[in-house]
Design a protein around this ligand. Structure first.
Ligand SMILES: [Zn+2]
Ligand SMILES: [Zn+2]
Length: 314
């Protein structure tokens, strides 16, 4: 137990030091300045060549999403996920040790050229994430958490990182085993992570940059906006692609019926969804109560007999 406690406390201080070092030392290998740089880049592009010309430079929820960006990219790791995941990995390895398994690596790809390793990591991780994203839409429980991301009503690059921290836990947990099996640790993600962040910002941005035939490979704003459409023919949505759009074309979940520039975004009753960061953090945990209360009251409404019919009964 003491081992786990030590991992827990040192994870906090290690990550705190790491973040502080990042902020003080700009450089090419630095997450903090990459996130800042990419965000500024896409924001400037949105200002210079916007897709929806009437959309304000500081669009609806700009600052909320800015905070989400910092929270999900850094603070959540600082506050808890780093500690929890370090313990999770240790406990998982201890658990495997009980069965005499000391190495999860099933395919050794460390001997491959670096570019081939990174490409494999990128494609494999993106395919896993496409599946996790589908799961977030198909499971009623997980959808309550994913709704935070879909509560965006005016789209811009920063909407990319508006999501509930519960999603980070689901994605990282489900990614861990398959990636560990080919020998990747959590530390190997830098380049892939930066590239995926850039595409994620692009998908959500207010830009129209045609990709030509590459649109069948890479996700883009014209496709991803339909993922956020308020009204879709399929109950569980479409266009689940994260960085790559190719999975949606391969598995028949691509949907772009027309130009989606001005479509309504969100979900049924999005107007009534909590607007602040703290409320959005808490809401998925208590949404069931709210929904069942609503179901009860609509049930009562159905039970009550209209006044004219009561008159006829008399
Ligand atoms: Zn989604
Ligand atoms: Zn999105």
């Amino acid at each position: 137990m003491e081992k786990y406690w030590n991992i827990f406390t040192s994870s906090f201080s290690d990550y705190g030091h790491y973040l502080w070092r990042e902020m003080l030392h700009p450089g090419w290998g630095n997450y903090f300045y990459w996130l800042l740089g990419l965000s500024l880049f896409f924001w400037l592009l949105e200002i210079v060549v916007p897709w929806r010309k009437g959309q304000p430079v500081f669009r609806q929820d700009f600052w909320l999403d800015g905070f989400y960006m910092f929270f999900n990219f850094f603070l959540f790791s600082l506050v808890g996920f780093n500690a929890l995941s370090n313990i999770g990995v240790e406990a998982f390895n201890d658990f495997l040790g009980l069965f005499g398994i000391h190495n999860l690596v099933a395919f050794e790809i460390q001997s491959w050229p670096v570019w081939a390793q990174l490409l494999t990591l990128f494609v494999l991780r993106d395919f896993i994430q496409w599946n996790v994203h589908r799961l977030l839409h198909h499971s009623d429980f997980l959808w309550r958490f994913h709704k935070v991301h879909h509560s965006v009503q005016q789209m811009g690059f920063a909407a990319h990182l508006r999501f509930h921290w519960g999603e980070t836990v689901v994605y990282r947990t489900l990614e861990y085993i398959p990636l560990a099996m080919i020998g990747f640790g959590i530390q190997d993600f830098f380049l892939v992570h930066i590239f995926a962040t850039a595409i994620g910002h692009f998908n959500h941005s207010n830009l129209h940059i045609p990709l030509g035939p590459l649109r069948y490979l890479f996700n883009n704003p014209q496709m991803h906006i339909w993922h956020h459409a308020k009204h879709l023919p399929h109950r569980y949505g479409a266009n689940y692609g994260i960085s790559l759009s190719v999975w949606d074309y391969l598995f028949g979940t691509a949907y772009m019926p027309k130009d989606g520039r001005d479509i309504e975004l969100g979900f049924e009753e999005v107007e009534a969804y909590p607007k602040s960061f703290l409320e959005q953090q808490v809401f998925p945990f208590r949404e069931r109560e709210v929904v069942s209360l609503r179901e009860v009251s609509s049930f009562e409404v159905k039970l009550s007999v209209p006044a004219e019919e009561v008159d006829q009964l008399r």
